[in-house]
Design a protein around this ligand. Structure first.
Ligand code: SAJ
Length: 434
């Protein structure tokens, strides 16, 4: 059993620390957020991630996991700190830098340092390694250095942490082998060895692949609206081709990963990444497109009220980072509309117009927007989603069956579905306000 220090107790670091502790390792979880650490020490864990509360509580009770704000000596150090986007769309590596700085006094001969944070290519070699070497030890000779990007999907973190294949990039073969042995404590998927920079690229390619493919689905949706067909039916039919698997159109792409990571590739050589850049533009324009659909739906209504169901970036999470739903609410408010937003997963303080109960959002609404397909909304029929006054339901997620379009007194408009045939009149597909 080893002593492992995990830096960053966020949505990746905390489950990782808890999993290592559950396997019998001595784990010190470190976070700069004193309040988070104090709460963990008191056993207060409120993650919305399924199963995480139990695993962390078990790890804390066993004594194998403890949380604190300072780094201490260990056999292995795992860095799982955030890498947000700067205003000019580059990776903010300040958290990675300061995590590395905090390790320098504690790195000893024979230790291994593993970076899990998502970073632009060459960060491990050009930033992490030089900082750690100010300890006087050299990578490969004094300490091992590896990059193993996290790949877990929020809502399935614990399962994917264990079952997903894991890519480990090593500075040298000993570094790769060392990291692999450590992850073997709980990973049942294959662990594949490569070099540091390839591992960095793999992670960015995965999320960029998803972003570009969602952008393609969104572009199909806009074109379908323009020509007046139902994109959902078209996608279903196209996906019957054995080599086609089109993703889902929607209100845009949120979360702290997929709208962010493609920029880490673009920043390396913008002139070489026109497709990635264009895809980002398509996905970023989708909230505006939904706002346009709503604008047309309320045309002619005096002092229209809009209910927005969902604020989170995707179903069944409380995370609002880069959330298209929040952007839609803000855009509608900018249009001067009276908006009431309801999300059973998201706490207060995100938007000014949040209401506590579904009925409060629906009461008096002229148009209802389904912005996040939480399980609480998925089971409701259009007539339950709208009150008697609301006549239009804008389904930004395309989760409601198209056959309810003209039934129950509610007209259904959806991203990729409203258009000449669906509504009887042309709706412009110009996402910039046309
Ligand atoms: N979305 C669509 N259409 C789709 C799929 C998703 O519009 O067909 C939207 C979602 O609504 C959401 C956004 O995209 O707003 C991202 O959601 P997601 O479920 O695709 O991904 P994340 O951000 O929750 O997690 C991703 C995952 N990456 C991949 O699937 C390649 C996860 O495995 C990564 O670990 C995570 O990013 C990360 O931390 O990088």
């Amino acid at each position: 059993m080893r002593k492992i220090c995990v830096l960053g107790l966020g949505y990746v670091g905390l489950p990782t620390a808890a999993m290592f502790a559950s396997c019998g390792h001595e784990v010190v979880g470190v976070d700069v957020n004193g309040r988070l650490v104090e709460a963990l020490c008191r056993g207060e864990i409120h993650p919305t991630e399924p199963g995480l509360g139990e695993v962390v509580a078990g790890a804390l009770q066993s004594g194998n996991l403890r949380a604190q704000t300072h780094v201490e000596e260990a056999d292995a150090f795992i860095i799982a700190v955030p890498t947000p986007l700067t205003a000019d769309k580059r990776a903010d590596l300040s958290y990675v830098s300061s995590a590395c700085d905090s390790l320098v006094p504690h790195v000893r001969r024979g230790n291994i340092v593993i970076l899990e944070s998502t970073v632009p290519p060459r960060t491990s070699l050009d930033l992490v390694k030089p900082i750690l070497e100010t300890s006087g030890l050299k990578a490969g000779e004094g300490f091992s250095l590896a990059h193993s990007p996290e790949r877990v999907l929020p809502t399935r973190i614990l399962t994917e942490l264990v079952e997903n294949d894991r890519v480990v990039g090593g500075f040298d073969s000993q570094s790769g082998e060392g990291a692999m042995q450590l992850y073997k404590s709980f990973v049942t998927g294959s662990i594949v060895l490569t070099d540091l920079t390839t591992a960095e690229m793999v992670k960015l390619m995965e999320n960029t692949y998803r972003d570009v493919n969602i952008a393609l689905a969104n572009e199909f949706a806009l074109l379908a609206e323009h020509v007046g067909i139902d994109v959902w039916e078209a996608i279903e039919l196209a996906n019957r081709h054995p080599r086609v698997s089109i993703l889902r159109p929607g209100p845009g792409v949120g979360g702290h990963c997929i709208p962010v990571d493609p920029w880490f590739l673009v920043q390396v050589a913008p002139h070489m990444a026109p497709l990635i850049t264009a895809a980002r533009g398509v996905n970023d324009a989708m909230p505006q497109h939904v706002a346009e659909i709503v604008k047309l739906a309320v045309a002619g209504v005096e002092n229209p009220v809009v209910a927005c169901l969902g604020l989170a970036y995707k179903a069944n999470v409380d995370d609002v980072r880069e959330s298209p739903a929040v952007k839609i609410v803000e855009l509608l408010q900018k249009q001067g509309l009276d908006v009431r937003a309801y999300d059973p997963h998201v706490p207060d303080g995100v938007v000014s117009c949040r209401v506590e109960r579904l009925e409060l959002a629906l009461c008096g609404a002229d148009v209802v927007v389904l912005a996040t397909d939480h399980r609480e909304f998925a089971g409701l029929s259009p007539s339950e989603l709208c009150n008697s006054e609301a006549t239009v339901l804008v389904d930004a997620r395309g989760v409601l069956a198209s056959d309810v379009r003209y039934s129950q007194g509610v007209e259904l408009r959806a991203v990729g579905r409203q258009g000449r045939h669906a509504t009887g009149h042309a709706i412009p597909c110009d996402t910039n306000g046309g």
